[in-house]
Write a protein that binds this ligand. Sequence first.
Ligand SMILES: [Zn+2]
Length: 501
Amino acid sequence: MMAEMRIHFLGATRTVTGSQYLLETDRARVLVDCGMFQGSPNDVIRNRVPFAYAPGEVDAVLLTHAHLDHCGLIPHLSASGFKGPIYTTKGSADLTRLVLLDSAKLQEEFSQSHQRFAKRNPDRAAVEDEETMAELAAASKEDPAAATRNAAPAAITALREPLYTVDDTNTALGLFRGIDYGAEIQVAPGIAATYLDAGHILGSAIIRLRVMDGDQVRTIVFSGDLGRPGTPIIRDPTPVTTADYLLIESTYGGKTHEPQEEAIRLLGEAVKLTSDGKGVLLMPSFAIGRTQEIMYELNRLLGAGTIPHLPLYLDSPMAGKASDVYRAYLDYFDDDARKLIAGHDDPLDYPDAIVTNDVKESLAIEQAARPFMVVASNGMITGGRIVQHVKSLVGDPGMTLLFVGYQGDGTLGANLQQGAKEVRIDGQDLEVHCQVRSISGFSAHSDEPELLAWLGNFTQKPRTTFIVHGDPAAQAAFEPKVKALGFATAVPAWRETVELA
Ligand SMILES: [Zn+2]
């Protein structure tokens, strides 16, 4: 008889953020991802709900990739008592360092400004705290076990504190163990892990666990975020053919992306229009992954003579550092990118790109002679240097705002993308006169046909395929199609526990 084994679904269930899964056997506990909830206040408050387990009793954390919604709570976990190793690919470890230190800095800054506000406006702060506490209580209630854990007093005092500090983060970074793709390693008693390229961002992994009990073995595969086949620079997602249990992401369930060629054509067209109109092309972009992809495509379009050579400003400190990490892992690149390197062309470098180092240089960009292009973070205009540029240029008909990535509901980016005529930035109401264009074909995720094609590689169907990391509508569209391929499916709820046979 096999020993007991269960999985606790602790995040990215019926939503796309907060990835966290605890696999428990009678000998070990491993956590796959420990991500931050992002988006609506209802989601974000879940970051303050106490962990569903004792962090000190977890043997190891296995991290699929460096995005905040997969790694963002790791410093909080370590500050709460986790002392074990954190396994991820070497490239992921380097990118995660950038992401977590940036997150800690933002948390500290936000906490400081919130505390200053509370000092000046004690009454309003008290009302806000009460609202937040109510949200927290509601979020905790979704898990009856957690509600009885009487952790609320600790949470109350923590409301205005950062979830973690830069110091906490440095401590957590000391637990990271960089590993290679394809090598099976022992991560906890009776549990071995292999990291396979997920083709999502540099270093991203599908994690295959083998749980050993005597001479019996069960295999559990966590897809992580699956990239799009054909994405430049990085390799395609690794096919997997067998598993006893599978967790698959479903971000783009029910959706089909624009083809990559169309995305590149639209990018070239926007550059040419900006050049002809002597304007400004402003591209909000995620610092890790998308920015490198855009630089790569601009470099190729220029090399092919498709676009004129406009000055390009890269205005994102994190993107610059992330590009350096990409360059340090040429062995993770796909064949095309390696060919460019062999021909002495740096695939991540647009010729004469101007990298801005500080805020002064960033502000000076707008005075430059037109036409020119700017790539700045963050991708949804919810923070970062892009906000200032949008604020200055949103009323300028000579500016084209080009969206090259996903815009979350309720963000400034989404409002502008949907054609808002007026926006409020830093308390100022501004009229929108710039051009707004969008490209949907650059995606770091497989669309539905690509997810189904990846599932088609399975020659032995898992006993259960858990559909995770998707909004309810996407999961509802995706599940019947997975079933139609002959898979037995389940869509777990937040904090649901499932016994695995
Ligand atoms: Zn991701």
